[in-house]
Design a protein around this ligand. Structure first.
Ligand SMILES: [Zn+2]
Length: 481
């Protein structure tokens, strides 16, 4: 049923022909001498790989190829279920993020991420399944990927497609409460969410109140306060928390599980946490910039460089998100990678009502979270793995093929050097974004090798993968957390 996990026969044959495979061992690749870390354990083991899957964990394994992991950690590759990569063809006049699937997936691989989930927008007149099929063909990803169809218009036709998604290997649906079409047709979106829940599809919800953020932005512009330095006033915390309250109520009314993308504030997190405490299937994602910066960065002339939706928040919010990651109130950290060029961000013609929001995070999310989380003592190694790989894999129906290091799982691994330090430079990144908000940050802990279904796709700073080798992942039934 799943298209995953079977390596092209040609690749396996090539390795066998290359020689040195003992008939009794028959391993294509061994990741040797490292410490394997999963969400629940850590142990010294070689990882033996054949046909793209982990087939053995143990001592003294030999294979056709070796990756030396001495003094390294061997982690499941990151599972980042929130990216915005531009498909190959973009209609005239529509905006496009700086990264396509090729550059974005190279950034992912260099950053230790082996599976991405892309927000997939139908074109005018195109259905959900049509958008998914087109994007799957266009995507030249080098890592495996999931496609989340975006429900822009909750038409009867689109709602009817929701229940068909699982039969095509899709288990997710994205809704933007912030878009003006949401309030105008909220009852239809609620029915779509109900259909999703009944079909075993997880609804991702962008929680900001569209009416409020539109009203506030227009008000600021009309007062001559449209500059990005007024961005926090355009989208204050209450515009997020009120939307989270409503999304939770939608979940409660419909019985549908919901995944709240990019939660940024203590108030929003508390609403979600209270819902979870009552047993509602509500899951929380946060994003790197909220962990590493506060709204201080939105005060200056270059504020626009730091804008995503929702905006950076206070130090108290930042602390709440770190605490949530550590204690379990936040289930995943994903990038929401939505990169732009510096000139686009700083275009004097844009204001708080229409600015290009989003940040480049794929190259650096894991090193930053490791450095600021694990090295700084905020997160255990196991928890790091859980929030960057295992939980997302479980929630989106990818586990145990993805999100863990176990016999039978896909050999999606990152060999992590916990001692090495590096300085973040946009010019070193594989993303096409030409700046990084983290320029000059020193981080400790870097990916040395990234392995996708048994193929080393990133090694010692270089990408070693052909465009399009990544596959659309078939999502099986989603798990509750
Ligand atoms: Zn997003």
């Amino acid at each position: 049923m799943s298209p995953l996990g079977t390596r092209p026969r040609g690749a396996a044959t090539a390795n066998a022909v290359a020689g040195s495979v003992e008939a009794t061992v028959e391993l294509d690749l061994v990741v040797k001498g490292g410490t394997v870390v999963t969400s629940g354990s850590r142990f010294a083991a070689d990882v033996g790989i054949r046909d793209g899957k982990i087939v053995r964990l143990g001592d003294g394994l030999e294979g056709a190829e070796l990756v030396d992991a001495a003094n390294m950690l061997v982690l499941p590759g990151g599972v980042d279920m929130h990216v915005h990569l531009t498909p190959a063809e973009v209609a005239e006049g529509t905006f496009a993020w700086a990264d396509d699937f090729l550059s974005g997936s190279r950034a992912a691989a260099a950053g230790g991420i082996t599976t991405v989930g892309n927000m997939t927008f139908p074109r005018p007149g195109e259905g959900l399944l049509g958008a998914l099929e087109r994007t799957a063909v266009e995507a030249e990803s080098i890592v495996d990927f999931v496609l989340h169809p975006v429900l822009l218009d909750a038409t009867e036709d689109a709602i009817a497609e929701v229940s068909l998604l699982p039969a095509h290997g899709h288990r997710s649906l994205k809704i933007f409460m912030v878009l003006t079409g949401f309030d105008a047709n909220a009852e239809a979106f609620l029915r779509a969410m109900q259909e999703a829940g009944q079909a075993g599809v997880l609804t991702l919800v962008h929680c900001e109140d569209g009416c409020l953020v539109s009203y506030l932005a227009q008000k600021l512009v009309s007062e001559g306060r449209g500059h990005a330095s007024n961005y926090p006033a355009a989208r204050p915390v209450y515009t997020e928390s009120v939307a989270v309250s409503r999304a939770v109520a939608f979940s409660e009314a419909s019985g549908a599980p919901i995944y709240l993308v990019h939660i940024s504030s203590r108030a929003a997190l508390e609403v979600a946490h209270e819902a979870r405490a009552r047993g509602l299937p509500v899951y929380v994602e946060t994003r790197p910039d909220y962990l590493h910066y506060t709204d201080e960065k939105l005060a200056g002339a270059d504020a626009a460089l730091y804008t995503g939706v929702p905006p950076l928040r206070s130090e108290d919010d930042r602390r709440a998100l770190w605490a949530g990651l550590a204690t379990g109130a936040v289930q995943t950290c994903c990038t929401d990678h939505a990169p732009w060029l510096r000139a686009q961000k700083l275009d004097p013609a844009v204001d708080v009502s229409n600015m290009p929001n989003g940040l480049a995070e794929l190259d650096i999310m894991l090193p930053l979270l490791f450095s600021e989380g694990v090295v700084s003592g905020r997160l255990s190694l196991e928890r790091f793995v859980e929030v960057t790989a295992t939980n997302a894999a479980r929630l989106f129906g990818l586990y145990p093929a993805k999100g863990t290091v176990a016999v039978g799982s896909d050999a999606d691994l990152v060999v992590w050097d916990p001692q090495a330090s590096t300085t973040i430079r946009a010019e070193d990144a594989f993303s096409k974004a030409d700046y990084s908000i983290y320029e000059g940050w020193e981080v400790k802990g870097v990916p040395r090798y990234t392995i996708s279904r048994g193929e080393v796709i990133f090694a010692e700073g270089e990408i070693r993968a052909d465009p399009g080798r990544g596959r659309l992942v078939w999502c099986d039934s989603v798990a509750a957390l």
